[in-house]
Design a protein around this ligand. Sequence first.
Ligand SMILES: NC(=O)c1ccc[n+]([C@@H]2O[C@H](COP(=O)([O-])OP(=O)(O)OC[C@H]3O[C@@H](n4cnc5c(N)ncnc54)[C@H](OP(=O)(O)O)[C@@H]3O)[C@@H](O)[C@H]2O)c1
Length: 234
Amino acid sequence: MRLLLPEQRQLDDLFDLYDSGTPCLRGGLVLSTDGAVAVDGGSRPLQGPADKAVFAALRAVCDAVVVGAGTARSEDYGPVRPAAPARAWREAHGRSPAPLVLVSRSLRLDPTARAFSGDVRPLVLTCAAATPPDGLREVAEIVVAGDDDVDLPAAVAALHERGLTRLLCEGGPGLLTDLVRAGLVDELCLTLAPLLVGAAPTLLTGPLAAPVRLELVHLVDGGDGSLLARYRLT
Ligand SMILES: NC(=O)c1ccc[n+]([C@@H]2O[C@H](COP(=O)([O-])OP(=O)(O)OC[C@H]3O[C@@H](n4cnc5c(N)ncnc54)[C@H](OP(=O)(O)O)[C@@H]3O)[C@@H](O)[C@H]2O)c1
């Protein structure tokens, strides 16, 4: 991998490169060069070695991994289990293990799903109108923010109250769009995979009230045909 921009910097360590200030909510996703985030319903065909490395780095430096329930269901999300280098980096930086945070309006969640099988208790952000299925309270902390829909600013504030201030949202596009619309996203870390897909879903699911300008923080040549771009939303 090679840092293309800014030109004067060396790429020493991917974890340090992606470590963020706090509080920070960033989206971390991989997309095809024509903007698709899935092929045949999953993101795996888009992921090359560089994306896997940046995915690990983004997780290594965050306090919590936030994901929409749709993605957790369709990709059979498991708990956050960093590999040895990420665990070592976290320990050296005094970061406790990051929980998985699911966002769900309906609470249509299976308590026996892999997402609830880890050592770190996951959180579920939902609204008062949703009824938890049997067994969910036993495997997750349910945080209610909003009455009929999830109040995303209140949900993010609830995470901050728990000391979770460096938030990584891994998608999907439904949740990411709502977070961008609510003005809650500080950064986007995008892997541009060298692939054309020609099909939805794309990064965002619908129009924004006005275009959001992005400032390029860095650009990395992934070495496998991909580009890793980190943007700040202004
Ligand atoms: N390329 C990538 O990096 C990447 C990353 C993630 C996902 N994906 C792909 O994206 C596709 C899934 O897209 P998607 O848009 O359905 O994903 P999603 O945003 O993860 O799922 C939508 C569901 O998440 C919950 N949700 C989302 N926004 C919410 C909000 N503001 N308030 C409350 N609940 C909210 C709702 O769950 P309930 O139905 O439980 O209420 C909603 O039905 C899959 O094909 C997946 O592979 C790709």
